[in-house]
Ligand binder design. Structure first.
Ligand code: GLN
Length: 597
């Protein structure tokens, strides 16, 4: 029976779906038949699961179909032996060198007869004998409970596979007797073999394998249960031996091409752990000649290749991934000077614009965390702003996931907006891109205002603005007359008020239409560092132009302003002193509540 898991809206699940669908028709290989019970499996079963280190499990296909763990148990039993005996005692009985031979090779260390490593059958038979327990039953229980702790749920044994393997396992029996003869395996050989066969017959699913490997990738803590299963150093030892020996005589090629510690089993299972990032489980029974799952290998190659997951990829030491910061709670506003009605409308919708700040290199883990944040956005969020200003390299897998997120958000009626000075084309397709967070936020706010019926670009002549509305009827002509008119064409710039001679200095600057931006660097800079902007209805005073942050005032569009100079104010003071008194009392629209840098 097929258990298709589907949630196509989730970008990571969609990615796993794509990998699985691409490989579904790959029909090379045969299920293992040397253990007769294993050959009865449906060869078309195919599941792919991934568990992130926050415990989230993603899956595609037959991810909940049980199968026997087989050799994928070996790293975990090795971990339990390390926990119970310590590395020196385990290494004294089992080597840590790749054998370059098949999983069931009879070759033991020349001279000593010691098994080469814990990932081949010989070594695994010895490591399961090293797990704590006075009797074979006690060791079996310790192993079953240990595997369950790695999986985060109780596990059972497939008694039919166990009986089948025990009845036909003469090659393992021969190996065990050789090692018993050399002194590496102590106690009753048949009983030790029973412990090993039972460990191989534990039933797991693809999801279990993903969680088990995520536990190793996370340093020994199960990310689903939060329980520590083994010490960090033991998880590290296991991953190291998996990296060099996990894929038997294909281990070198595997490390070269896939570059992630992995372990395969003859049931068609492959488990993969990328340290610090995630665990993967793949299940597809047909095997190639070395006993590894054909589709499992192909899936791992595809994931590693396409998404840049190789452990040895160069990482810029200056740009290590840092945890992303999500800004919520206090809504973030742009530094645009806006009239009162616009500010009130923005404050009335605090959740509609959400900013997520990323820093360092973007890898799988940071992208996955971002997906989680996006998944939990308030239902009325319309704009998800990703601040990439402090991001270094974007790994292919992160680019792929974020692109998919952009499409996904669009499907949910929201937009992904990027603030990215590097204009990374790779990400921008489903998103809107701006060179800095300020411009990204301003645009989202403008869109929000438009959506609630306010046009942020509609001209607001001085005569109808709030300030004039509050002035006494008799004072209005004097006020109107005192203001000069200043027209700036798009792209034109003027010096900030502080640069003007005293009498010409503007003491009140009102924007009727268009857009002004204030830039922190001098005219002519390639990309002026924009500090704030002002649109129609904004009134600005000299305090809004601090010398350090306002070197240049630039019209970003054709702009009409009304300006009041110090000289005009002085004239008005002698002629209509009440008008000046009114101006000095009036809280200036736009100027009183805007955040200043
Ligand atoms: N139980 C199997 C055996 O011992 C395990 C081998 C494997 O999965 N590679 O033959």
């Amino acid at each position: 029976m097929r258990h298709e898991q589907r949630s196509p809206a989730d970008p990571l699940t969609a990615l796993l779906d794509r990998v699985r669908v691409r490989l579904r028709d790959l029909d090379d290989g045969e299920p293992a038949s040397y253990i007769p019970e294993l050959s009865r499996v449906d060869p078309d079963l195919f599941g792919l699961s991934l568990c992130a280190l926050d415990g989230q499990v993603y899956g595609s296909g037959d991810t909940r179909v049980p199968f026997t763990v087989q050799s994928v148990s070996k790293p975990f039993v090795f971990a339990l032996a390390l926990a119970d005996r310590g590395l020196p005692e385990v290494l004294a009985r089992v080597g840590a060198e790749p054998s370059g031979e098949a999983f069931n090779s009879i070759r033991l260390e020349p001279g000593t007869g010691r098994p080469p490593n814990p990932m081949v059958n010989a070594g695994a038979i010895v490591t399961s004998s090293l797990v704590a327990g006075d009797t074979p039953e006690a060791r079996s229980t310790r192993i079953l409970d240990g595997l369950a702790a790695f999986a985060g749920r109780p596990l059972d044994i497939d008694e039919a596979v166990y009986a089948s393997e025990r009845a036909t396992g003469d090659r393992n029996r021969a190996l065990a007797y050789l090692m018993h003869n050399a002194g590496w395996l102590t106690g009753d050989v048949e009983e030790q073999l029973g412990v090993y066969f039972r460990q191989c017959s534990v039933l797991v699913t693809c999801d279990d394998l993903a969680v088990m490997h995520a536990t190793l990738a996370g340093g020994g803590v199960n990310p689903v249960t939060g329980r520590r299963v083994v010490a960090p150093r033991h998880a590290q030892h296991v991953l190291a031996v998996m990296a060099t020996c996990g894929m038997y005589d294909a281990s070198g090629q595997w490390m070269l091409k896939v570059g992630m510690p992995a372990k395969s089993g003859v049931s068609g299972a492959i488990g993969v752990a990328l340290p610090g990032q995630f665990g993967i489980g793949v299940f597809s029974p047909p095997l190639e000649e070395k006993g590894n799952s054909v589709r499992g290998i192909a899936a791992c190659h595809l994931l590693s290749d396409q998404f840049g997951l190789h452990l040895m990829r160069a990482v810029d030491p200056q740009r290590r991934p840092l945890p992303p910061r999500s800004l919520h709670g206090t809504p973030l506003r742009s530094l645009r000077h806006r009239p009162r009605a616009q500010r009130a409308a923005l404050e009335a919708h605090p959740d509609r614009i959400r900013v997520h700040v990323l820093q360092g290199d973007l890898d799988f883990a940071t992208a996955e965390q971002t997906l989680r944040v996006a998944h939990e956005l308030a239902p009325d969020t319309g704009w998800f702003v990703l601040d990439l200003t402090r991001v270094g390299r974007v790994e292919p897998v992160a680019a792929d996931l974020l692109r998919a997120l952009g499409t996904d958000l669009r499907g949910r009626g929201a937009r992904m907006v990027l603030a990215d000075p590097d204009a990374r084309q790779a990400l921008s397709r489903p998103a809107d891109e701006f060179p800095d967070l300020g411009r990204a936020l301003e645009t989202c706010e403008d869109d929000l205002l438009t959506s609630v019926g306010l046009d942020p670009d509609a001209p607001v002549p001085l005569s109808v603005c709030d300030l004039f509305g509050r002035a006494d009827e008799r004072l209005r002509p004097a006020l109107a007359e005192a203001f000069d008119t200043l027209h700036l064409a798009a792209g034109e710039s003027v010096e900030p008020p502080a640069a003007a001679r005293l009498g010409d200095r503007i003491v009140l600057w009102y924007v009727e239409s268009g857009r002004l931006a204030v830039c922190a660097d001098a005219a002519g800079a390639v990309s002026p560092l924009r500090t704030w902007s002002a649109g129609p209805g904004a009134a600005l005073t000299p305090a809004d132009f601090p010398a350090r942050l306002a070197r240049q005032v630039l019209a970003e569009r054709d702009t009409a302003c009304r300006t009041l100079t110090a000289a005009a104010l002085a004239r008005m003071r002698t002629r209509v002193p009440e008008a000046v008194a009114f101006l000095e009392r009036a809280p200036l629209e736009g100027a009183e509540t805007v955040h200043r840098p």
